[in-house]
Design a binder for this molecule. Structure first.
Ligand code: SF4
Length: 281
Protein backbone atom coordinates (compact mmCIF):
# COMPACT_ATOMS: atom_id res chain seq x y z
CA UNK A 1 0.00 0.00 0.00
CA UNK A 2 1.42 3.36 -1.03
CA UNK A 3 0.47 6.50 0.85
CA UNK A 4 -0.86 9.21 -1.47
CA UNK A 5 0.46 12.79 -1.63
CA UNK A 6 -1.55 16.01 -1.40
CA UNK A 7 -4.25 15.48 1.20
CA UNK A 8 -5.26 16.71 4.62
CA UNK A 9 -7.25 15.34 7.48
CA UNK A 10 -10.59 17.13 7.57
CA UNK A 11 -11.67 15.81 10.97
CA UNK A 12 -10.95 12.62 12.92
CA UNK A 13 -11.81 10.32 10.02
CA UNK A 14 -12.54 12.26 6.78
CA UNK A 15 -9.80 13.17 4.30
CA UNK A 16 -9.67 16.10 1.90
CA UNK A 17 -7.83 15.07 -1.28
CA UNK A 18 -6.06 18.06 -2.83
CA UNK A 19 -4.65 16.45 -5.97
CA UNK A 20 -7.26 17.72 -8.42
CA UNK A 21 -9.91 20.48 -8.43
CA UNK A 22 -12.63 18.09 -7.24
CA UNK A 23 -11.00 18.32 -3.79
CA UNK A 24 -12.99 15.26 -2.69
CA UNK A 25 -13.96 14.88 0.94
CA UNK A 26 -13.49 11.16 1.47
CA UNK A 27 -15.02 9.36 4.46
CA UNK A 28 -13.32 6.46 6.21
CA UNK A 29 -13.31 3.43 3.86
CA UNK A 30 -14.47 5.57 0.92
CA UNK A 31 -12.90 6.55 -2.40
CA UNK A 32 -12.72 9.84 -4.28
CA UNK A 33 -14.61 10.56 -7.51
CA UNK A 34 -11.71 9.03 -9.48
CA UNK A 35 -11.85 5.81 -7.42
CA UNK A 36 -8.06 5.74 -7.53
CA UNK A 37 -7.58 7.21 -4.04
CA UNK A 38 -8.96 5.62 -0.92
CA UNK A 39 -9.32 6.57 2.74
CA UNK A 40 -7.94 3.52 4.51
CA UNK A 41 -7.82 3.78 8.30
CA UNK A 42 -7.56 7.56 8.09
CA UNK A 43 -4.69 7.62 5.53
CA UNK A 44 -5.11 8.41 1.82
CA UNK A 45 -3.88 5.48 -0.26
CA UNK A 46 -2.93 5.46 -3.96
CA UNK A 47 -5.20 2.50 -4.68
CA UNK A 48 -4.00 1.90 -8.28
CA UNK A 49 -0.27 2.24 -7.60
CA UNK A 50 1.61 0.09 -10.14
CA UNK A 51 -1.56 -1.52 -11.46
CA UNK A 52 -1.14 -1.66 -15.25
CA UNK A 53 -4.22 -2.21 -17.45
CA UNK A 54 -2.49 -1.87 -20.82
CA UNK A 55 1.00 -1.69 -22.22
CA UNK A 56 2.18 -1.29 -25.83
CA UNK A 57 5.05 0.11 -27.87
CA UNK A 58 3.44 2.86 -29.94
CA UNK A 59 4.77 5.35 -32.46
CA UNK A 60 5.05 8.74 -30.71
CA UNK A 61 2.66 10.13 -33.37
CA UNK A 62 -0.10 7.96 -31.88
CA UNK A 63 -0.13 9.90 -28.57
CA UNK A 64 -0.55 12.21 -30.62
CA UNK A 65 2.73 14.14 -30.54
CA UNK A 66 3.91 15.21 -34.01
CA UNK A 67 6.70 17.62 -33.01
CA UNK A 68 8.54 15.49 -30.45
CA UNK A 69 11.06 12.79 -31.50
CA UNK A 70 9.13 12.07 -34.70
CA UNK A 71 9.34 8.57 -36.10
CA UNK A 72 10.42 7.00 -32.80
CA UNK A 73 8.57 4.47 -30.62
CA UNK A 74 7.55 5.01 -27.00
CA UNK A 75 6.57 2.47 -24.35
CA UNK A 76 2.97 3.38 -23.47
CA UNK A 77 1.28 2.33 -20.24
CA UNK A 78 -2.07 2.91 -18.59
CA UNK A 79 -3.81 2.02 -15.37
CA UNK A 80 -7.51 2.43 -14.49
CA UNK A 81 -10.10 5.14 -13.77
CA UNK A 82 -10.47 8.85 -14.47
CA UNK A 83 -11.39 12.06 -12.63
CA UNK A 84 -13.80 13.18 -15.39
CA UNK A 85 -16.94 11.51 -16.72
CA UNK A 86 -17.23 12.17 -20.46
CA UNK A 87 -20.17 10.43 -22.08
CA UNK A 88 -18.11 10.12 -25.28
CA UNK A 89 -15.02 8.59 -23.60
CA UNK A 90 -13.05 6.67 -26.23
CA UNK A 91 -11.35 4.52 -23.55
CA UNK A 92 -14.20 3.91 -21.11
CA UNK A 93 -13.42 0.21 -20.42
CA UNK A 94 -10.33 1.29 -18.50
CA UNK A 95 -11.56 4.78 -17.48
CA UNK A 96 -14.62 3.34 -15.71
CA UNK A 97 -13.92 -0.39 -15.43
CA UNK A 98 -16.39 -2.99 -14.18
CA UNK A 99 -13.37 -4.88 -12.85
CA UNK A 100 -9.68 -4.12 -12.57
CA UNK A 101 -7.63 -7.04 -13.84
CA UNK A 102 -4.26 -5.41 -14.38
CA UNK A 103 -0.92 -6.68 -13.20
CA UNK A 104 1.52 -4.97 -10.85
CA UNK A 105 4.76 -3.50 -12.19
CA UNK A 106 7.15 -1.50 -10.00
CA UNK A 107 8.46 1.90 -11.18
CA UNK A 108 12.02 0.47 -11.32
CA UNK A 109 10.95 -2.51 -13.43
CA UNK A 110 8.93 -0.36 -15.82
CA UNK A 111 11.78 2.09 -16.36
CA UNK A 112 14.23 -0.80 -16.83
CA UNK A 113 11.92 -2.39 -19.36
CA UNK A 114 11.67 0.92 -21.26
CA UNK A 115 15.47 1.21 -21.31
CA UNK A 116 15.83 -2.28 -22.85
CA UNK A 117 13.58 -1.53 -25.86
CA UNK A 118 15.69 -0.63 -28.93
CA UNK A 119 15.23 2.96 -30.17
CA UNK A 120 12.60 3.65 -27.47
CA UNK A 121 12.44 7.31 -26.37
CA UNK A 122 10.87 6.69 -22.96
CA UNK A 123 7.52 6.11 -21.27
CA UNK A 124 4.12 7.60 -22.12
CA UNK A 125 1.53 7.57 -19.33
CA UNK A 126 -1.68 7.24 -21.28
CA UNK A 127 -4.86 5.19 -21.98
CA UNK A 128 -6.55 6.16 -18.69
CA UNK A 129 -6.03 9.51 -16.90
CA UNK A 130 -2.43 9.36 -15.60
CA UNK A 131 -2.67 12.28 -13.18
CA UNK A 132 -4.90 10.34 -10.76
CA UNK A 133 -2.05 7.79 -10.51
CA UNK A 134 0.20 10.65 -9.50
CA UNK A 135 2.53 8.82 -7.10
CA UNK A 136 3.26 5.98 -9.53
CA UNK A 137 3.83 8.38 -12.44
CA UNK A 138 6.16 10.55 -10.35
CA UNK A 139 8.17 7.59 -9.02
CA UNK A 140 8.44 5.98 -12.47
CA UNK A 141 9.31 9.28 -14.14
CA UNK A 142 12.31 9.69 -11.80
CA UNK A 143 13.62 6.21 -12.75
CA UNK A 144 12.98 6.88 -16.45
CA UNK A 145 15.01 10.10 -16.22
CA UNK A 146 17.84 8.19 -14.52
CA UNK A 147 18.02 6.03 -17.67
CA UNK A 148 18.29 9.20 -19.81
CA UNK A 149 14.83 8.67 -21.34
CA UNK A 150 11.76 10.91 -21.76
CA UNK A 151 8.45 11.02 -19.91
CA UNK A 152 5.25 11.89 -21.76
CA UNK A 153 1.80 12.56 -20.28
CA UNK A 154 -1.39 12.14 -22.30
CA UNK A 155 -3.90 13.82 -20.03
CA UNK A 156 -7.19 15.65 -19.53
CA UNK A 157 -5.17 18.25 -17.56
CA UNK A 158 -7.44 18.20 -14.48
CA UNK A 159 -4.97 18.68 -11.62
CA UNK A 160 -4.24 21.33 -9.00
CA UNK A 161 -1.31 23.68 -9.53
CA UNK A 162 0.92 22.54 -6.64
CA UNK A 163 1.13 18.84 -7.59
CA UNK A 164 1.51 19.75 -11.26
CA UNK A 165 4.44 22.05 -10.47
CA UNK A 166 6.15 19.23 -8.57
CA UNK A 167 5.68 16.75 -11.44
CA UNK A 168 6.61 18.93 -14.44
CA UNK A 169 10.41 18.92 -13.86
CA UNK A 170 10.35 15.18 -14.74
CA UNK A 171 8.05 15.52 -17.77
CA UNK A 172 9.36 16.21 -21.29
CA UNK A 173 6.12 16.49 -23.26
CA UNK A 174 2.36 16.48 -22.78
CA UNK A 175 -0.60 16.03 -25.02
CA UNK A 176 -3.50 17.73 -23.23
CA UNK A 177 -7.15 17.35 -24.21
CA UNK A 178 -9.12 20.56 -24.57
CA UNK A 179 -12.66 19.23 -24.85
CA UNK A 180 -14.48 22.52 -25.31
CA UNK A 181 -14.28 26.14 -24.28
CA UNK A 182 -17.05 26.93 -21.80
CA UNK A 183 -17.32 26.20 -18.08
CA UNK A 184 -20.82 24.93 -18.72
CA UNK A 185 -19.54 22.30 -21.15
CA UNK A 186 -16.76 21.20 -18.80
CA UNK A 187 -19.25 21.01 -15.91
CA UNK A 188 -21.27 18.51 -17.95
CA UNK A 189 -18.09 16.40 -18.30
CA UNK A 190 -17.21 16.59 -14.60
CA UNK A 191 -14.29 18.98 -15.08
CA UNK A 192 -13.32 22.65 -14.98
CA UNK A 193 -12.30 24.69 -18.03
CA UNK A 194 -10.22 27.16 -15.99
CA UNK A 195 -8.25 24.32 -14.38
CA UNK A 196 -7.41 22.86 -17.81
CA UNK A 197 -6.38 26.26 -19.19
CA UNK A 198 -4.15 26.77 -16.14
CA UNK A 199 -2.55 23.33 -16.69
CA UNK A 200 -1.90 24.11 -20.37
CA UNK A 201 -0.36 27.51 -19.53
CA UNK A 202 1.88 26.09 -16.79
CA UNK A 203 2.95 23.04 -18.81
CA UNK A 204 3.82 25.28 -21.78
CA UNK A 205 6.31 27.16 -19.59
CA UNK A 206 8.11 23.91 -18.67
CA UNK A 207 8.14 21.61 -21.68
CA UNK A 208 6.80 20.66 -25.08
CA UNK A 209 2.99 20.54 -25.38
CA UNK A 210 0.47 19.63 -28.04
CA UNK A 211 -3.32 19.93 -27.69
CA UNK A 212 -6.09 17.57 -28.83
CA UNK A 213 -9.67 18.65 -29.49
CA UNK A 214 -12.17 15.80 -30.06
CA UNK A 215 -15.00 17.20 -32.22
CA UNK A 216 -18.50 16.00 -31.38
CA UNK A 217 -21.04 17.78 -33.58
CA UNK A 218 -23.10 19.69 -32.79
CA UNK A 219 -22.20 20.08 -29.13
CA UNK A 220 -18.65 21.44 -29.24
CA UNK A 221 -17.66 22.26 -32.85
CA UNK A 222 -18.51 25.96 -32.38
CA UNK A 223 -15.79 26.21 -29.66
CA UNK A 224 -12.98 25.93 -32.22
CA UNK A 225 -12.20 29.66 -32.66
CA UNK A 226 -11.98 30.23 -28.90
CA UNK A 227 -9.75 27.16 -28.54
CA UNK A 228 -7.41 28.20 -31.35
CA UNK A 229 -7.22 31.80 -30.11
CA UNK A 230 -6.43 30.69 -26.54
CA UNK A 231 -3.59 28.47 -27.81
CA UNK A 232 -2.24 31.17 -30.12
CA UNK A 233 -2.01 33.62 -27.20
CA UNK A 234 0.47 31.18 -25.60
CA UNK A 235 2.22 30.45 -28.90
CA UNK A 236 1.05 30.01 -32.46
CA UNK A 237 3.61 27.17 -32.78
CA UNK A 238 1.79 24.83 -30.36
CA UNK A 239 0.37 21.98 -32.49
CA UNK A 240 -3.40 21.39 -32.35
CA UNK A 241 -4.88 17.98 -33.27
CA UNK A 242 -8.54 18.11 -34.27
CA UNK A 243 -9.83 14.61 -33.89
CA UNK A 244 -12.79 12.71 -35.22
CA UNK A 245 -15.23 11.17 -32.69
CA UNK A 246 -16.51 7.60 -33.07
CA UNK A 247 -19.63 6.33 -31.21
CA UNK A 248 -18.67 5.02 -27.76
CA UNK A 249 -19.88 4.63 -24.18
CA UNK A 250 -23.01 6.78 -23.50
CA UNK A 251 -22.67 8.30 -27.01
CA UNK A 252 -22.97 4.94 -28.72
CA UNK A 253 -26.04 6.08 -30.75
CA UNK A 254 -24.46 9.30 -32.00
CA UNK A 255 -23.01 9.39 -35.52
CA UNK A 256 -19.25 9.57 -36.05
CA UNK A 257 -17.93 13.05 -36.85
CA UNK A 258 -18.02 13.57 -40.63
CA UNK A 259 -14.46 14.00 -41.99
CA UNK A 260 -15.51 17.23 -43.74
CA UNK A 261 -16.43 18.76 -40.34
CA UNK A 262 -12.91 18.03 -39.06
CA UNK A 263 -11.38 19.57 -42.19
CA UNK A 264 -13.57 22.68 -41.89
CA UNK A 265 -12.48 23.15 -38.26
CA UNK A 266 -8.83 22.67 -39.25
CA UNK A 267 -9.26 25.52 -41.71
CA UNK A 268 -10.72 27.80 -39.02
CA UNK A 269 -7.98 26.94 -36.49
CA UNK A 270 -5.29 27.53 -39.13
CA UNK A 271 -6.18 31.24 -39.12
CA UNK A 272 -4.58 31.42 -35.66
CA UNK A 273 -2.12 28.51 -35.49
CA UNK A 274 0.80 27.30 -37.64
CA UNK A 275 0.36 23.57 -37.00
CA UNK A 276 -3.14 22.11 -37.16
CA UNK A 277 -3.65 18.40 -37.83
CA UNK A 278 -6.71 16.26 -38.43
CA UNK A 279 -6.86 13.03 -36.41
CA UNK A 280 -8.70 9.66 -36.46
CA UNK A 281 -9.40 10.16 -40.17
S1 SF4 B 1 -7.61 12.98 -7.44
FE1 SF4 B 1 -9.45 11.71 -7.19
S2 SF4 B 1 -9.83 11.67 -4.98
FE2 SF4 B 1 -8.42 13.35 -5.35
S3 SF4 B 1 -9.70 15.19 -5.57
FE3 SF4 B 1 -9.38 14.35 -7.65
S4 SF4 B 1 -11.11 12.99 -8.05
FE4 SF4 B 1 -11.05 13.37 -5.84
Amino acid sequence: MVRAFYWNRHNDSDILCELCPHNCLIPLGGKGICEARENKDGELIAANYGLISSMAIDPIEKKPLYHFHSGRPILSVGSYNCNMDCGFCQNHSIASPAQKQGRYISPEALAGYAADIPNNIGVAYTYNEPLINYEFVLDTAKHVKAHGLNNVLVTNGLINEKPLEALLPYIDALNIDLKGFTEEYYKMLGGSLQAILDTISLAHKHCHIEITFLVIPPENEHHISDIAQFISRLSDSIPLHISRFFPMHRYIDKPATPPETVLKLCETASKYLKYVYSGNM
